[in-house]
Design a binder for this molecule. Structure first.
Ligand code: NAD
Ligand code: GLY
Length: 351
């Protein structure tokens, strides 16, 4: 399998799609190394990863599992671990886990002594196709999701589909929502393959999806690392999803499940504004259904939901910004949608 390169203005790093767990790849630190994981992933894989770390000393920091622990308290725990074990500026942090771990390790390593390197070993499909690549990292707070953070690119990403063997079917399906997201916005041909994919969960079916998703993301990040334009398209569905996750206290839905609902909501708005036909909207819904991803959500208070959009990072000067599909394989960034049009869309989910 290939090694893809992510090239940004400031750095370049490899995303290696290979059998990391079974080949002779080692991760080398010029000083100490700190592996950050959670109890579940560490229990399954730490013993396999530890022998592959070459460093003066290797430390392990185990943070609690779950999106509800993606917060400043966990960042403080990681930093405490780094200081207590006297990591220095040549030390390396290593993220072993899903998107929650890679987002937090990217952030903690980015602020520890003004920034040290980190390597990501993503162990969920969602983290392999999206979260581990591209350098967006951070945590949630009481105001919303991913509102505190920075851009900090990893120095390498190692992807091994074997990690997915222990991942639940529900988690695999949630990861497929992020695959669908990039294909709808950037690659109609790849989307068409999703419509006919026979097996959704085998390694042979997933590997090409992982590779294509990263290829697309690499091109987007290379053009727009800090999301001043095209990168916003990677937030298709997320403007809605982040509010849904916050309102349900990060407990009811997996991130990918909320993204699936958000994609359906964005499609409702796109259809209303004429950028997505009913036929294409149905095709996207059919793929979500194939993945076992539910589109339903009840909005109790549409005005409160609307007001929550203003905390979205894409919103500025009191203007909301939405990513809407333009057919399949295209998208537009819209900041000209009136409150009435947005409320009309939300009304579909308030009945
Ligand atoms: P997650 O990290 O919470 O992992 C999901 C669950 O799977 C956890 O319970 C975890 O312990 C478990 N797990 C992980 N690997 C496993 C394995 N191999 N076998 C068994 N269990 C395993 O969730 P996620 O879906 O990976 O990531 C979601 C997060 O990623 C969200 O916080 C989201 O905001 C973030 N994200 C970030 C970006 C980005 O560009 N930075 C992109 C997409 C999503
Ligand atoms: N996952 C969205 C981004 O990386 O921009």
């Amino acid at each position: 399998m290939p090694t893809l390169t992510i090239q940004t203005l400031s750095t370049s790093y490899p995303v290696v799609i290979d059998e990391f767990l079974h080949n002779d790849t080692c991760i080398t630190s010029q000083s100490k190394a700190l592996i950050v994981s959670n109890p579940k992933v560490a229990g399954l894989y730490l013993h396999k990863v530890l022998p592959k770390i070459q460093a003066q000393e290797v430390f392990v920091c185990i943070v609690p599992d779950g999106e509800e622990h993606k917060n400043m308290q966990s960042i403080e725990q990681i930093l405490q671990c780094a200081f207590a074990n006297r990591l220095d500026r040549k030390s390396l942090m290593i993220a072993l886990g899903g998107g929650v771990i890679s987002d937090m390790v990217g952030f903690a390593s980015g602020i520890f002594e003004r920034g040290i390197s980190y390597v990501s070993i993503p162990t969920t499909l969602l983290a392999q196709v999206d979260a581990s690549v591209g350098g967006k990292c951070g945590v949630n707070n009481a105001y919303g999701k991913n509102l505190i953070g920075l851009f900090h690119q990893p120095s390498a990403v190692y992807i091994d589909a074997e990690f997915l063997h222990t991942l639940s079917r529900r988690e695999i399906r949630a990861g497929l929502a992020e695959v669908l997201k990039v294909f709808v916005c950037f690659d109609e041909q790849a989307f068409t393959k999703l419509e006919t994919l026979e097996s959704l969960e085998s390694k042979s079916a997933l590997l090409p999806l992982i590779q294509r998703s990263i290829e697309i993301k690499a091109k987007v990040v290379e053009q727009d690392e800090r999301e001043s334009g095209i990168r916003a398209a990677l937030n298709y569905g997320h403007t809605f999803a982040h509010i849904i996750e916050m309102q349900t206290h990060y407990k009811r839905f997996l991130h990918g499940e909320a993204v699936a609902i958000g994609i359906a909501m964005a499609n409702t708005l796109a259809q209303q504004l004429g950028s997505l036909s009913a036929v294409d909207s149905k095709r996207i819904s059919a793929v979500l259904a194939r993945f076992g991803l539910d589109e339903s959500y009840h909005i109790d208070d549409i005005e409160a939901f609307y007001q929550a959009f203003f905390l979205d990072k894409k919103s500025s000067n009191n203007k909301l910004r939405f990513i809407l599909p333009e057919g399949i394989g295209g998208f537009s960034l819209r900041d000209d949608i009136s409150k009435e049009q947005i409320l009309a869309c939300l009304q579909h989910y308030a009945r």
